[in-house]
Design a protein around this ligand. Structure first.
Ligand code: FEO
Length: 183
């Protein structure tokens, strides 16, 4: 009796997405290590926490695959590409990385729609929302470094940004959660 509730294509797509989330975690680890080595301990703290969040995304998919009676395939994680060259460059790379991940998530959503796999479609909606949140978070980082002076940011401005990110929560409020009283 076949108890696997995922099609071969969906199973493969989810396994691939699992590896993408694991890769994202490694990328955040590498950026966090770079930030720490450069003396930005607050930014490093923020990025180390985010690396863990990406790993949690990987685990969420892994558990879903198993719950659906399918097989998990653990694959090699590619090494992160080059280190950032500045704080601004670091935040640009983060934004780029999140946009690429969003495209990957959309591919899985599209496939689940084509196959009429509503359980997977429903499961993936959490990731669609999460990606909106993560892109907003990355955009906020870019805004902050821009205000601090972009590539020319230095001294007090970078120090203040570093301190702020040390405590920054990993979540952001999304547009649909805003109200007129609390914009
Ligand atoms: Fe798992 Fe940054 O998305």
């Amino acid at each position: 009796m076949n108890t696997n509730r995922l099609s071969g294509n969906i199973q493969a797509a989810l396994n691939t997405q699992m590896t993408i989330e694991a890769t994202a975690s490694q990328i955040y680890l590498s950026y966090a290590s770079w930030a720490s080595a450069e003396g930005y301990e607050g930014i490093a703290n923020f990025l180390f926490r985010h690396a863990q969040e990406e790993r949690n995304h990987m685990m969420k998919i892994l558990e879903y695959i198993l719950e659906r009676g399918a097989r998990v395939r653990i694959e090699a994680i590619p090494a992160p590409a080059s280190e950032p060259t500045s704080v601004e460059n670091c935040f640009q790379k983060i934004f780029q990385q999140e946009v690429e991940n969003t495209h990957a998530i959309y591919k899985v959503v599209k496939l689940s729609l084509q196959e009429e796999d509503w359980a997977t479609w429903n499961f993936m909606q959490w990731f669609v929302k999460e990606q909106t949140e993560e892109e907003t978070l990355a955009l906020n980082l870019l805004d902050k470094i821009k205000i601090a002076g972009g590539e020319k940011a230095q001294g007090n401005a970078l120090y203040a940004l570093d301190r702020e990110l040390e405590q920054k929560p990993d979540d952001v409020t999304l547009a649909e959660e805003k109200t007129a009283e609390n914009p």
